[in-house]
Write a protein that binds this ligand. Structure first.
Ligand code: F6R
Length: 608
């Protein structure tokens, strides 16, 4: 996720900004830049790649004079990670510079409007509209111009702004993106998180949504969204640097689990406009989908399991046949793929070697390719005919969590979109499902809250030599991901079985005390899965079930139950996976594992 910093004080700004940006490096980024007020003009320095490149270019900031400035680490969302797309962005008249975290959802229409009014754009970013809007609205009062600008923005933003008419002043404003003011002695700061502040001050003000701040070396003023000055309390930062990077969580994995409501919201909301799904530039008239006779989903690991879970929604709603194939298998197969095939490629990193190889092979055979990827500008994103980014933000823990759920969210959008474009869904059902989709971020939060008992339940399973995960249909897809998560971070052996398969062999492994995790969220099949639970319990198994709130019967069948909120059945995997992630996390913790960096695993598997 991008990071922003701002400084105003008696010292040279650039070295302080660079130091702040380095403290934000852990968030992940692919370019960096600073803008510093130098007399009557703004001095801009930005580079793609590491902050070290920016330090080298500016001689650790010594080559950039001036005492007030803003800085940014960009994690690309709109446009590739290039020098030009790096922040800060300048207005056409050179009077304003802006850094931005978040996503401006209505940037395309604002860009059209500004272009028609004669403003020229140099970058592909959504952010650039902000700086041109400020220029357009500026009549000598920056606060008024910023307020007018933000009233036009939809989406999320934390903005840092400088203007040549205010040589020692920073402006900052936030909406659904974090922004913290650092209060020093004769110097003041802002940053997207406290890690960039703790080296200078432990006194801070947390801005709330809609608030605007004006900072000079000697004063900090905060205004509400109507422009009235308000009093904010000054808080004391008690975290050390390492804890601050993890937002106070013990591990990145837990932080990323908790970020899922916001991450899934970022994946969904920019693509739901006026009651319709818009998949960026993918097949706006449905002509591509009308020519598709078959969909193949390919990926590795958890991304593959996201495909397995999403397959049900796509097939059921669009009625296009869908198969899921592991990329490491597909690449050496002789697949029947032709120009009637749409290949959907899932990858958080966009760099997985097996996935790239499978994609190349299918492209060679004529398939159209749609990539669902998190990392902007990655190899898979560039290779695909169409790319939908998941906007999950950087994932630092090796075991994916928000990467998986955002992939699933985009697959659900795709399923509904395809059904609509092909005329295979009634209007009322489409609207009802869209409503359910929009509620998923809120329900993920509820699922997190409902899963508090997983910490205690982990104590019951962490010493087991092996765990069983069972489920049917969509629940089976969740069981696959649950078992993988458990294995990779807790090192407890776990296997997933389609519940109906138990009788065909594996039930022989059920002995007294064997823990079984039964996913029972598919309402059409819950009776069947409950029968399987009874069968394994009769052989001594201890069953923990994940079920939909309202299923009373499950409490008399399973030993322990963790509930998820009700949603459309096809969407349940996105909620049912939450207790699976938390159970794996707490089991790994109970076993004292290196949760963020499990042994033998790498975040991005760029070799075969
Ligand atoms: C498991 C995990 C891996 C990845 C797999 C694919 O927690 O993270 O199984 O899902 O290596 O990686 P991407 O999605 O980057 O292609």
């Amino acid at each position: 996720m991008c990071g922003i910093v701002g400084f105003t004080g008696p010292q040279s700004a650039a070295p302080i900004l660079l130091q702040g940006l380095k403290a934000l490096e852990y968030r992940g980024y692919d370019s960096a830049g600073v803008a510093v007020m130098d007399g009557g003009s703004i001095r801009l320095e930005k580079v793609s790649g590491r902050i070290a490149n920016l330090c080298e270019k500016t001689r650790d900031g010594q080559a950039v004079p001036g005492c007030t400035g803003i800085g940014h680490t960009r994690w690309a969302t709109h446009g590739a990670p290039t020098d030009i797309n790096a922040h800060p962005h300048l207005s056409n008249d050179g009077r304003f510079a802006v850094v931005h975290n978040g996503i401006i959802e209505n940037f395309a229409s604002l860009r059209d409007e500004l272009t028609q009014k004669g403003y020229s754009f140099v970058s592909e970013t959504d952010t650039e509209v902000v700086v041109h809007l400020i220029e357009m609205y500026y009549r000598g009062n920056l606060k008024t111009a910023v307020m007018k600008t933000v009233s036009r923005l939809e989406g999320s933003y934390a903005l840092g702004i400088v203007c040549t008419d205010y040589p020692d002043t920073l402006f900052a404003v936030r909406q659904a993106s974090p922004l913290i003011l650092g209060i020093g002695a004769g110097e003041n700061f802002f940053a997207s998180d406290v890690t960039a502040l703790v080296a200078h001050t432990k006194n801070c003000i947390y801005l709330d949504d809609g608030e605007l701040a004006e900072l000079s070396p000697e004063s900090v003023k905060v205004y509400d969204c109507a422009g009235q000055e308000i009093k904010k309390s000054v808080n004391r930062i008690t975290w050390d640097l390492e804890a601050a990077e993890k937002g106070g969580y013990e591990h990145f994995m837990l932080k990323e689990i908790m970020e899922q409501p916001a991450a899934v919201k970022s994946a969904l909301t920019p693509r739901i406009k006026n009651g319709e799904i818009v998949l960026d530039d993918f097949d706006p008239d449905g002509s591509l989908l009308r020519g598709v006779s078959r969909i193949v989903i390919t990926a590795c690991g958890s991304a593959y399991y996201a495909g397995c879970a999403g397959r049900y929604a796509i097939e059921r709603l669009s009625r296009i046949p869908v198969t899921t194939v592991l990329a490491s298998e597909l690449r050496y197969d002789d697949p029947i793929i032709d120009d009637g095939t749409l290949l959907i490629v899932l990858s958080q990193s966009g760099e997985t070697a097996d996935t790239i190889a499978a994609m190349k092979e299918c492209k060679r055979r004529g398939a159209s390719t749609l990539a669902i990827v998190n990392v902007v500008g990655s190899t898979i994103a560039k290779m695909a005919d169409h790319t939908l980014y998941t906007y999950a933000g950087p994932e630092i823990a090796v075991a994916t969590t928000k990467g998986y759920t955002t992939q699933l969210a985009v697959l659900f959008l795709f399923a509904l979109y395809a059904a609509r474009k092909l005329g295979r869904i009634e209007d009322a059902q489409y609207r009802a499902l869209l409503r359910q989709l929009k509620e998923l971020p809120k329900k993920i939060q509820q699922a997190i809250d409902m899963a508090h008992s997983t910490e205690k339940l982990a104590q019951k399973v962490h010493k087991a030599p092996s765990l069983f995960f069972i489920g049917r249909n969509t629940d089976y897809a969740v069981a696959l991901e649950g078992a993988l998560k458990m294995k990779e971070i807790s090192y407890v052996h776990a296997e997933s079985y389609a519940a109906g398969e138990l009788k065909h062999g594996t039930i022989a492994l059920i002995v007294e005390g064997q823990p079984v995790i039964a996913v029972c969220c598919n309402e059409k099949l819950s009776e069947k899965t409950m029968s399987n639970i009874i069968e394994v319990k009769a052989r001594g198994a201890k069953v923990l079930s994940v079920a939909v709130q309202g299923n009373r019967q499950i409490f008399s069948v399973a030993d322990d139950v963790v509930c998820i909120p009700p949603t459309e059945q096809l969407f349940t995997p996105l909620l049912a996976v939450i207790p699976m992630q938390l159970l794996a996390y707490y089991t790994a913790k109970a076993n004292g594992r290196d949760i963020d960096k499990p042994r033998n695993l790498a975040k991005s598997v760029t070799v075969e």
